[in-house]
Design a protein around this ligand. Structure first.
Ligand SMILES: [Zn+2]
Length: 51
């Protein structure tokens, strides 16, 4: 039972990893980076088209 559950978890995880975000401006793959600001706040940054 537990094995089955973990298998499902891995499958779900890899599927969410596979999903790529596409830039809504140019349609290219968008690289999302996690930037930490000086005040310690974490921010998701998208690297594409300079936006
Ligand atoms: Zn773009």
């Amino acid at each position: 039972m537990a094995e089955k559950k973990s298998k499902t978890n891995v499958a779900a995880r890899s599927e969410s990893k596979k999903r790529v975000q596409l830039c809504r401006y140019c349609g290219n793959k968008v690289e999302v980076i996690l930037a930490v600001a000086s005040n310690g706040k974490r921010k998701m940054k998208r690297l594409c088209c300079g936006v």
